[in-house]
Design a protein around this ligand. Structure first.
Ligand code: SF4
Length: 321
């Protein structure tokens, strides 16, 4: 780890230094600093900022402070009662110790687990633009089948963000005196030719809270994660489903997939395939086919396409049973 300047901010205004990295739970940043993947010159600790509350939002939704810990959010009564998909996604992530530290804002911005990105002995376009992508011809079992480019195929590792994508969360961010709202689907960038640019936030822009809209009456939701072991493992494929069913017909569907794409993957194709249809396995399978249409496998990850389809069919089946 390289030497860096460390400060602690007590107000949001004091934290907003464009040249600093924000430190919350540290479950990504500190790891990457120890590996010399992240080498900030200045780090500002934001743990004392008043952003650790979950509150009712004026529109009937929920307002979640950026510093709310994953473990607290997972068991919050409103989250468990109204946004089950989010609670389930949080509890499927990492370990209890990590969830006790990890925060809402940090979870959204956590960086890829691509082995080549985390090992400075290898080239990596995301770490060092223009240096190459060894995952293309290397071992790429965990990499993306959707949203990739010839420059990067790294998956986004968050479970929480996949659930929030299906819930149509909105991110609220502060830079200088400016506050702005960013639909979560617009927060993340595809790698394209610039995989080092992962989101639309500007240097020094701080996520302050996330809002979840009120869901229509009768909406049910579920998160299903498939992985190599039952705990403390990232998704090979996951599905977040938020669906309203009336009289056996699907009135409204919001679908997101994890573990298979370069960002938390909202599937409007699957949603269109479901809405207005009966809640049947045949229609779930058609939605899964639509969701994975256009997927591009690499040498070692073709299995993810069928795995993601089965995850979505299973999540819809469980939720509508
Ligand atoms: Fe780097 Fe992306 Fe290639 Fe991984 S997939 S080595 S993060 S450029």
């Amino acid at each position: 780890m390289r030497a860096f300047q460390f400060t602690q901010a007590k107000t949001v205004d004091a934290a907003l230094d464009p040249g600093s990295r924000f430190l919350a739970g540290g479950t990504t940043l500190i790891d990457l600093m120890k590996l010399d993947v992240e080498t900030p010159e200045r780090v500002v600790d934001i743990n004392l900022l008043p952003l650790a509350r979950v509150e009712a939002a004026p529109d009937g939704g929920l307002k979640i402070g950026a510093l709310v810990r994953n473990s607290d959010l997972a068991v919050h009564p409103e989250v468990k009662a109204r946004y089950a998909v989010l609670s389930e996604a949080l509890l499927s992530g990492a370990s209890p110790q990590l969830r006790n530290m990890a925060t809402t804002g940090g979870n959204l911005l956590q960086r890829t687990r691509c082995y080549y990105f985390r090992d400075t002995a290898y080239a990596c376009n995301k770490r060092q633009p223009g240096s190459g992508c060894p995952a293309m011809d290397g071992y790429n079992r965990i990499h993306a089948v959707l949203g990739g480019s010839e420059h990067c195929v790294a998956t986004h590792p968050s479970d929480m963000a996949v659930a929030m994508m299906a819930l149509e969360a909105v991110v609220h961010a502060r830079k200088d005196k400016r506050e702005r709202r960013i639909a979560l689907d617009e927060l993340y960038l595809l790698p394209g030719t610039t995989p080092d640019k992962e989101n639309v936030l500007e240097p020094g822009e701080l996520i302050t809270y996330v809002t979840l809209p009120k869901l229509p009456a009768g909406t049910k939701s579920h998160y299903l994660k498939l992985r190599d072991r039952a705990q403390y493992e990232f998704a090979l494929a996951s599905a977040a489903v938020v669906v309203s069913v009336s009289g056996g017909r699907i009135e409204r569907a919001r679908i997101a997939l994890g573990g298979i794409a370069t960002k938390p993957w909202r599937s409007r194709e699957a949603e269109a395939a479901l809405e207005g249809k009966s809640a049947s396995e045949e229609n779930f399978r058609a939605a899964a086919e639509a969701a994975m249409h256009g997927a591009k496998p690499l040498r070692d990850n073709k299995f993810k396409i069928e795995l993601a389809k089965r995850a979505l069919v299973r999540a819809l089946t469980v939720m509508t049973a």
